[in-house]
Design a protein around this ligand. Sequence first.
Ligand code: RP5
Length: 164
Amino acid sequence: MVKKNKIINKIAIVMGSKSDWPTMKYCADTLKKLKVQFDAKIVSAHRTPDRMYDFAKNAEKNYCVIIAGAGGSAHLPGMIASMTNLPVIGVPIESKKLKGLDSLLSIVQMPKGIPVGTVAIGEDGAINAAILSASIVAISDNKVRSNLALWKKRQTSSVKKKPN
Ligand code: RP5
């Protein structure tokens, strides 16, 4: 994202509730490891609709990617995607009652025209959302590109050839 010839390489992590933070913290921790700048905020589609509107309408001024985590009737990623041109990655939070299947289906089944890139339920999805957003930042940021390459190299070398 380029603003007045300045590249914006900051990510926004938003979540519907404080109760989503234990999952979304994996996302934040992964971005920290990759040395990608981010802000984390609580923005609820249902409980704070004005905050959501204000965030989504102004996000392009400060961010290049939005990661939105939500659980249950998880409308936050899709509603934000409807109000911005930034890429939106949706993280389905593992809900208590339906184990996150409700969150996954709410986030992934967007109508054509309003995409949300949806990752796996819970911790794995939160971590992958961070890596995916870092890949987007890496298109225009060489430092993040090399951090990401190193992180992947370390991951590969950590896989043993034998189970014992
Ligand atoms: C969603 O409702 C949030 O994203 C959260 O996953 C879920 C439950 O929220 P709390 O009742 O725990 O605040 O909006």
